[in-house]
Design a binder for this molecule. Structure first.
Ligand code: AMP
Length: 655
């Protein structure tokens, strides 16, 4: 186990500066890989523009279908069109499943609401998909097909222009701000598989802010981006000043969006059918074709109610000769959306708090995501921020446009604009006594590199286990472990002497590398030979958004209690070290101590050790004063005994 070196000794930390590499590409496309729809854009003549797909549409449904014999893969509108006749092989909203375990509560909920099959991948417990033909695939593969489609739209565009970029496409891809390491890596891997050279992964709300900010670059200030799409909700607060876009804080939920409202509406439709057919035993939920038709009708009704106050749902022959016909009003839909809307409020408040701002400090609120077209949502956002949200940017296109602007910044087409994004949770390692020592606090700008010096906690320790955690709590056991590795081969030395540099590096995509180096100065040992081990935090250990939400909520809930516990734990660790010192002294000088004195000291050491153990195991608490008083008595007794030993030694030397 590691212990932190005293601050005054060797704590060093360096923060990476701006990552402003220029790539040697003329044009870099921007892709918004949305839960419901995707879009691709590119900057030309200094203007970002959306590229139309083959059908002339500016967005493409994020839907992939396998024809019944798996012979053909359809992407976008053709896939969506045949969904009603082939629902089990039509995959939509699969972004909600990326990087998730099958047993996740949210995945379990989706099992009943989707016509396609979600399975448990035996090897790693991830949520996977299965066609009726038995083809098994990860949700990121669906993202891959959509990305390939976006790439083809760009290639068609470049070919038409006679541009050489058609063959070698580089892209900036967006993800929800709250995507964890594993979800980001899965997205990057999907792009790589389809031959897209991903230069950067950026957060959706940040991209939207870029689109907005570039448009009105003269207007500096603080902006909030409220992004509610089909499957995810993100809120980000950014500072725009002189072309620097700095994300101050971000929050959200990767499993909250328009699909949730569709499901509530679907339930209402099924209930209405059941109440009209009380005597029938028809179970619409088990009829995948019927459910797909109901889903489409629910979404259509929801969208219509953004423009009219009442609409009719008509689904003929839903089962045999039975039909569905009902009227839904805007008021009823607003009532159904109440919980969904409510769940966006807390992340917004937390985000503003994290940005160390007050609501009145926000100059502009930008709406992104299809769901923000719903009048009730606009009203709630207006009430929340005390100002009318800005709707100049098209909510369906802003993210892709912003991604293309980031692409143009990277290729050097757009200059004097810099983007600084942040990491959503604190990252650090476990130190002696189970304490969480954060190296990178949450909402730190990325890319970032931080290094802190640690040392050994026990004499003669030759190896340390570096355990990497993510979270906001004081003790590691309340946070999430995201990786661990061993640094061995440390030459034997007294505790506190070895100098172990632990360094965390988060790249501009939000992906993390951790390394540890034994930097103890050694004579005749070349610096280059210093012992180093490192890991890239594995893609299977990412946090789910519920875990992130829970951890942040718990952290503020328990902050007082945590601070107290931390004090107790740190005090116990200090006492433990003094016990070990005392034991060593007794071992070294015990031969010259009086038996009674030795027994008294050791009784105190053992009593203290048992109390320290109680504190660490949470069996019993003792006041810090009580522990310190006992430590004081133990140290005094030991000191007295050693003084006597010194006198005896002097006397012996004289003889
Ligand atoms: P996005 O993920 O940004 O493409 O947003 C898609 C979500 O927005 C889906 O749940 C759509 O049903 C929903 N949506 C699109 N247009 C509207 C609208 N006019 N009113 C309400 N919801 C809409």
């Amino acid at each position: 186990m590691l212990s932190r070196l005293a601050r005054s000794c060797v704590k060093r930390s360096s923060t990476g500066g701006l990552h402003h590499l220029r790539y040697n590409h003329n044009k870099v496309i921007g892709i918004d890989l949305g839960t419901t729809n995707s879009a691709v854009a590119v900057v030309e003549n200094n203007q970002p523009k959306i590229l139309e797909n083959k059908d002339g549409n500016r967005t493409t449904p994020s839907v992939v279908a396998f024809t019944k014999k798996d012979q053909e893969i359809l992407v976008g509108t053709p896939a969506k069109r045949q969904a009603a006749v082939n629902p089990q092989n039509t995959f939509f909203a699969t972004k909600r499943l990326i990087g998730r375990k099958f047993t996740d509560e949210e995945v379990q909920k989706d099992l009943n609401n989707t016509a396609y099959k979600i399975i448990d991948h035996e090897a790693n417990g991830d949520a996977w998909l299965e066609t009726t033909n038995g083809r098994k695939l990860p949700p990121s593969q669906i993202s891959g097909y959509i990305l390939r489609n976006m790439k083809e739209i760009a290639q068609d565009h470049f070919r038409k222009e006679g541009s050489s970029e058609a063959e070698d496409i580089s892209a900036v891809v967006t993800v929800p701000a709250y995507f964890n390491d594993s979800q980001r890596q899965a997205t990057k891997a999907a792009a790589k598989i389809v031959g897209l050279n991903v230069l950067r992964v950026i957060n959706e709300p940040t991209a939207a802010a870029l689109a907005y900010g570039i448009d009105k670059r003269q207007k500096d200030g603080v902006i909030a981006v409220f992004d509610l799409g089909g499957g995810t909700f993100d809120i980000s607060i950014l500072d725009i000043e002189d072309g620097v876009f700095e994300v101050r804080a971000t929050n959200g939920n990767t499993h909250l969006g328009g699909e949730d409202l569709d499901i509530i509406l679907m339930k209402k439709i099924v209930e209405s059918f059941e109440s009209e057919n009380e005597n029938s035993s028809i179970d619409l939920w088990s009829d995948r074709l019927a459910i797909q038709r109901i889903r489409e009708a629910a979404e259509k009704c929801k969208i219509e109610l953004s423009h009219v106050t009442s609409t009719e749902i008509n689904i003929p022959f839903i089962s045999g000769d039975k039909h569905i016909k009902l009227t839904v009003t805007e008021e009823e839909l607003d009532e159904m959306a109440k919980d969904l809307i409510e769940r966006t409020v807390n992340p917004v408040k937390k985000c503003i708090r994290d940005a160390e701002l007050k609501i009145k400090d926000i100059d502009e609120v930008i709406l992104v995501g299809g769901m923000t077209r719903m009048p009730k949502i606009r009203k709630v956002v207006e009430e929340l921020f005390g100002k009318k949200p800005n709707t100049v940017v098209n909510p369906d296109e802003a993210v892709a446009l912003g991604a293309s602007i980031q692409g143009a910044i990277l290729s050097g087409q757009i200059q004097n604009v810099v983007l600084l994004d942040v990491t959503p949770l604190s990252l650090g390692i476990e130190t002696y006594g189970g304490i969480f020592s954060p190296l990178i606090p949450r909402n730190s700008a990325v890319p970032i590199k931080k290094q802190t010096m640690f040392s050994t906690a026990v004499d003669g320790q030759t190896g340390v286990e570096i355990r990497v955690y993510q979270g906001e709590r004081t003790l590691v056991r309340d946070n999430k472990m995201i990786g661990n590795f061993q640094l061995s081969g440390i030459p034997r030395a007294l505790k506190g002497e070895p100098q172990i540099a632990v360094s965390f590096e988060i790249d501009a995509d939000g992906i993390m590398n951790v390394s540890a180096t034994d930097k103890t100065p050694r004579e005749a040992v070349d610096e280059a030979e210093n012992n180093t081990v490192s890991i890239q935090v594995s893609s299977e250990t990412g946090l789910t958004d519920e875990e992130i939400q829970r951890m942040i909520a718990e952290s503020s809930e328990h902050s007082k209690e945590d601070a107290e516990r931390r004090q107790h734990f740190e005090n116990a660790s200090r006492a433990d070290i003094l016990c070990v010192d005392t034991e060593n002294a007794v071992e070294q000088f015990g031969g010259l101590m009086e038996a009674q004195e030795k027994d008294e000291i050791m009784a105190l050491v053992n009593s203290l050790k048992s109390k320290i153990n109680d504190i660490r195991q949470d069996v019993k608490t003792y006041s810090i004063e009580e522990i310190n008083a006992e430590v004081g008595v133990m140290q005094n007794l030991c000191l007295e005994a050693i003084k006597k030993v010194a006198v005896k030694q002097q006397q012996q030397e004289k003889k």
